[in-house]
Design a protein around this ligand. Structure first.
Ligand SMILES: N[C@@H](Cc1ccc(O)cc1)C(=O)O
Ligand SMILES: NC(=[NH2+])NCCC[C@H](N)C(=O)O
Length: 398
């Protein structure tokens, strides 16, 4: 079918489901630490969040309830590979197959990216090298706006060439008439990074020390960097989260590129980057939000929509991990549901209270197994890229 995806809820026809094949490690280096700084905390008991009741009081811009296990990386220059246990990768792949099968059984055509080959350990540019992770959270690096594929400029070095693994699919949509754009790629030296959010905007101060940038002959100053998962797509309107200078530059690019076709609305520091564990649109007039404060920070048109506030997750909803397991998301990650129609949502079966809440709101909930979402950074919305939905460029704002 032709590429057509304008919103997050209309009947889903085609989707890409991410792949975790050959996930072996995370690499801690400047771009990784900056991106996940809100989730990575040192082993400092004073920062522990002991009870779930703290969660509901948490400010909207900050993840809470960390597993405070990460030790500070020594020295500014170090790259450090942190292995991911094979058992979790195997279970993740099992859960991804289950997700793909569920979508197929609902009549949705499922595409998969090329798997990361086993020996593709590194990506190297003139300015740096980094180890590569598989195309798992494929929501992040590609924005589908209507009939256009836009590859967004990544914030993590390990993910620099991730969209190359979607090439055959993008070529196929292109041959059927899709537009296809790639946003300017950052040189991404240490000096490219805007550290202000980490230094000032994190509630309670930085949770993780960020080393001083090292000089490089490729330095060009702060650059455009942005993930598609910072956007909420609502017909002819797009809400984009801006927390850093990188995002501000990228949203200006998007606005100029889409002028006359889409209206871009900025929200500021709704989260550090992605917004799909803060707010999702379930259908015209109804949002799923992490808290009332999140809904109140949205553009005026969306503040008038009804909202379902997701129930506070419980500790028992999650597996227990060894002390060296690196936790990449907040416990609100299961809010990250995938709509297959305005009345039907795929929800993590490990979140019974969220399922109940959505069923009470008259949704058909399809429970799907997903165990290690906190280890791999994403829920069902993150792991998928909806390329064909029935909805069009409707104006839901006026
Ligand atoms: N604290 C971040 C970091 C993060 C982003 C993407 C991930 O896949 C995982 C974690 C969360 O909003 O948005
Ligand atoms: N598209 C995504 N990868 N979204 C993931 C957002 C996770 C968010 N940082 C959280 O901790 O809840």
């Amino acid at each position: 079918m032709r590429l057509n995806s304008f919103d997050e809820w209309s009947p889903l026809r085609e989707v890409v489901v991410g792949s975790a094949e050959n996930y072996v490690s995370h690499e801690r280096e400047l771009s990784f630490d900056l991106f996940f700084h809100d989730n990575l905390v040192q082993d400092n008991p004073s920062r522990r969040k002991p009870s779930t009741t703290d969660l509901s009081a948490a400010p909207p811009c900050r993840s809470e309830w960390y597993y405070p296990r990460l030790k500070t990386r020594r020295g500014g220059s170090g790259r450090q590979r942190l292995p991911v246990a094979q058992r979790y990768v195997d279970e993740l792949n099992e859960d991804l197959e289950g997700l793909a099968d569920t979508l197929s059984s609902l009549g949705v055509t499922v595409h998969r990216p090329l798997p990361l080959p086993p020996d593709t350990a590194e990506v190297t540019t003139p300015a740096w090298s980094a180890s590569v992770v598989p195309p798992l959270n494929i929501r992040d690096n590609t924005l589908i706006v209507g009939d256009e594929i836009i590859e967004t400029p990544p914030m993590i070095r390990s993910r620099y060439f991730e969209t190359q693994l979607l090439k055959p699919l993008f070529q196929a949509y292109f041959s059927r008439g899709a537009r296809w754009s790639v946003m300017p790629r950052p040189l991404m030296t240490d000096a490219s990074f805007d550290l202000s959010y980490v230094r000032t905007a994190t509630a309670g101060g930085p949770t993780e020390p960020v080393g001083e940038p090292r000089p490089s002959p490729w330095d060009v100053g702060v650059e455009m960097m942005f993930d598609a998962a910072q956007c909420l797509r609502l017909g002819r309107d797009i809400v984009a989260n801006v927390s850093t200078e990188h995002h501000a530059l990228a949203v200006s690019w998007l606005e100029r590129h889409l002028v006359g076709r889409f209206r871009v609305h900025r929200v500021h520091q709704l989260s550090d980057s992605h917004i799909d564990s803060m707010v999702l649109a379930l259908r015209p007039g109804l949002l799923l939000v992490r808290s009332a404060a999140v809904a109140d920070a949205l553009p005026p048109a969306l503040r008038r929509w009804d909202r379902i506030v997701a129930p506070t997750p419980r500790r028992n909803d999650f597996p227990r991990y060894e002390d060296d397991a690196l936790i990449l998301t907040s416990p609100f990650i299961d809010l990250n549901v995938l709509s297959v129609a305005p009345d039907t949502v795929l929800v993590n079966e490990a979140s019974p209270e969220l399922i109940r809440t959505l069923e009470e709101a008259k949704f058909t909930v399809v429970p799907v197994r997903h165990r290690h979402r906190r280890l791999f950074g994403g829920g069902f919305h993150c792991f998928t890229l909806d390329t064909v939905r029935e909805g069009g460029p409707e104006d839901y704002f006026t």
